[in-house]
Design a protein around this ligand. Structure first.
Ligand code: GDP
Ligand code: IMO
Ligand code: MG
Length: 430
């Protein structure tokens, strides 16, 4: 039975949502296992476009069970907003959604901490976070003392725990230069009331998802894991410190969901046909010029969550080969191929040069990554509209050659190519 993982191999926004939605048809359960409302996954079908942050992208198939596992940091207000928004649009969200009682809860102080810490950094130093409180919530999870998990909100100690945390957070935030003691955001009673309300509304969804998923794999259920962010943003293996605070490469599946990696039967690595990054940090193949702007315009490369313009550049095979290996990828899905259709020439970075030396291993330190000079090969563009193509055989030969080249340099076969945002604008390799 397939136990599949969909994971982004770049810096996020590779169009994971589209592929998860497509693959959901062949699965019984879809699981988000890390990240939080920093994610923005887009699903487009039947003329409608949906943006999902916390709800798994499998939600559009009502007979499929969607699970938000314990590795996710949960902003209950965001989740409720999403549930309401989907319900209003006629999408079923009831017993087909489960939320882990182990998921850590994002509070207003996390957002405030995110903002204060980001605002202390200038220029190149800033991580450029989504300001959703993701890093501070994961920090509190690891630190334990100030952490609240979903399941804690239903326990008698919840009110006192909030009071204790607020007392400490007032001092911490004041130390960071923010919010006076009377700041409304740090009113323990108000926060307790607000979160008790969220907890009440979310109660039907909250359960032990680890037990559920372990039973499911043992019962040979077909499970699809939906990665958020991308492997280059992985806290341990990405471009630290310009990363997110979770294991967003394939290595995060087991820690985030509780399902051992040995059950995975297939890992699908999602790649754009070029590269984008939103936020700070080095980006060797960035094209801060008219080519980058052309890609941004054609690909509508503006952040789903923060609306920030995404930085755009050529396909980086050094990075993609690294993340494909790191994530145990079996096959690739190459997205947004149509965005490159007008370009007469397309470049692919196949190696880096550091101090005149050629390297093909992705540097472990961000200072070295900043210094690399990309080595490019140049391929001819196909210069034809491909948005109506549905079969590999109908793609222009030069577009097929480009996919072949990506496959060669990354070292994995291309199983899927995407030529537009809609569910139907997808080409499956035979
Ligand atoms: P995710 O976070 O990985 O799910 O990706 P996002 O949803 O943040 O960004 C991907 C964007 O590309 C969305 O707006 C999608 O609707 C869009 N998209 C997906 N596949 C294609 C494609 O093949 N071509 C084009 N032009 N757009 C696509
Ligand atoms: P999806 O799932 C793209 C980036 C932010 C920032 C860094 C840290 O839609 O692909 P954080 O708020 O997580 O502390 O920000 O990570 N980032 C993403 N970039 N797609 C995402 O999610 C992202 N989630 C976080 O821009 O550079
Ligand atoms: Mg996104």
């Amino acid at each position: 039975m397939p136990v599949t993982c969909v994971v982004g191999l770049q810096w996020g926004d590779e169009a994971k949502g589209k592929i998860v939605d497509l693959l959901t048809e062949q699965h019984d359960i879809v699981v988000r296992y890390q990240g939080g409302s920093n994610a923005g996954h887009t699903v487009v079908f039947e003329g409608e476009s949906y943006k999902l942050s916390l709800v798994p992208s499998g939600i559009f198939r009502p007979d499929v069970q969607c699970v938000v596992a314990g590795g996710v940091v949960m902003n209950p207000q965001s989740l409720l907003g999403e549930i309401d928004g989907l319900t209003e649009r006629g999408i079923k969200v009831s017993d087909n959604l489960m939320v882990s009682d182990r998921a850590h809860v994002v509070f207003p102080w996390h957002m405030e901490e995110d903002r204060l810490i980001e605002s202390r950094k200038t220029g190149e130093e800033a991580i450029g976070t989504t300001l959703r409180g993701i890093g501070p919530c994961y920090r509190d999870k690891v630190g334990r003392s100030f952490a609240v998990r979903m399941g804690d909100m239903y326990r008698p100690g919840f009110e006192q725990h909030i009071k204790d945390i607020v007392e400490a957070k007032r001092q911490i935030l004041a130390g960071l230069g923010g919010g006076g003691a009377d700041d409304m955001k740090l009113d323990a009673d108000a926060i307790y009331k607000e979160y008790s309300g969220y907890a009440h509304r979310l109660k039907p969804y909250v359960t032990d998802t680890t037990a559920y998923l372990l039973n499911a794999v043992e019962a040979d259920k077909r499970i699809l894991f939906e990665g958020a962010q991308g492997a280059l943003l992985d806290i341990d293996h990405g471009t630290f410190p310009y990363v997110t605070s979770s294991n967003s490469s394939g290595v995060g599946v087991s820690s985030g969901s509780g399902v051992p990696g040995r059950y995975l039967t297939k890992v699908v690595g999602i790649l754009k046909a070029y590269t984008t990054r939103v936020g700070g940090g080095p980006f060797p193949t960035e094209q801060d010029n008219e080519i980058g702007q052309h890609i941004r315009d054609k690909g509508n490369e503006y952040g789903t969550v923060t609306k920030r313009p995404r930085r755009c550049g050529w396909f980086d095979a050094v990075a993609a080969r690294y993340t494909a290996r790191l994530s145990g990828v079996d096959v690739l899905s190459v997205m947004l191929l149509d965005v490159l259709s007008e370009l007469p020439e397309i470049k692919v970075c196949t190696a880096y040069e550091i101090d005149g030396k050629r390297v093909t291993d992705f540097p472990s330190h961000v200072d070295d990554l900043r210094r690399v000079v990309p080595v490019y090969e140049t391929l001819p563009g196909w210069q034809k509209d491909i948005t109506g193509v549905r079969k590999m055989a109908d793609l222009p030969q030069l577009a097929c050659d480009y996919l072949q080249e990506i496959s060669r340099v990354v070292g994995r076969p291309v199983a899927i190519a995407s030529v537009g945002p809609d569910r139907t604008q997808t080409i499956m390799a035979e």
